[in-house]
Write a protein that binds this ligand. Sequence first.
Ligand code: NAD
Ligand code: ZN
Length: 267
Amino acid sequence: MKAVVDPYRHSVRPEDLDLAASLLAASKRPAALTGAGMSAESGLATFRGTHSSLWSRWEPEELATPRAYREDKELVWGWYMWRMGAVARAQPNAGHKALAVMSRRWPYFAIVTQNVDNLHERAGSTRITHLHGGLFEHRCFACARPHPEFVVPADAADGPQLRLAPPRCLHCGGYIRPGVVWFGEQMPEEPWNQATAWLRECDLLLVIGTSAMVQPAASLVGFARQHGAKVVLVNPEDTGHSSLADVHLKAGAAEALPLLLDRLDRS
Ligand code: NAD
Ligand code: ZN
């Protein structure tokens, strides 16, 4: 038997849940834009928004830039190996799973993510584009050839201070780097074109766990709105997107998204 979730026990306001569910019920082409908060309840730290966020412990300039990699490869590769290990051990949460249910219900359902983890894929969602690359999409720093054959060792989660020499490229002997978009780097064209194509067509955008601080990703919310989409925000905090939202579910993704589906099923 299906468990009945009582919205009054949760921090999402019932009237907000009603409105979000009615928007979703009316939607033919819903989509989601997700950020680090989507995976927070899977145990992966966000970059901003909490005292345990990654950037309050390390300066981004020290770790997530091409210059940092050139200056101290072992430090940067070790830090990414630690993050890769943490992602490999993490599990999709109830929020990722709720989006996968939406993927099955709406053939259109598309996910534009800023996340470099693979939890949407592992939850079973299919139409996904990664604006900032993927932690496991290694490539050569020198010749840019992909190196998917390189697997993260099981002991990679030893700790963030781990220093590790990056492996070498099989083609040119250069160093392997993680396939993420670093600060100061251009976002690759293909995921951006995919994102704008999907969000131009969507009629409802769920904006989940993103601080609205990273451009151009943050601008996609205004873009979808300009093209006629309703906007449902899912975030325990207010963000720069709050004024664009038709409704704001003020709770974590793993709580709010299953509640939304449950409310939809009872409408
Ligand atoms: P961010 O760290 O800047 O902001 C996180 C947002 O999530 C905040 O607004 C916070 O209030 C919200 N949040 C916290 N817990 C939440 C929860 N349980 N449910 C819903 N929302 C929650 O993240 P961002 O906007 O994605 O932007 C920064 C960059 O961070 C991106 O480029 C992304 O690549 C990178 N990043 C990715 C991961 C990952 O892949 N898991 C982790 C950390 C950072
Ligand atoms: Zn190479």
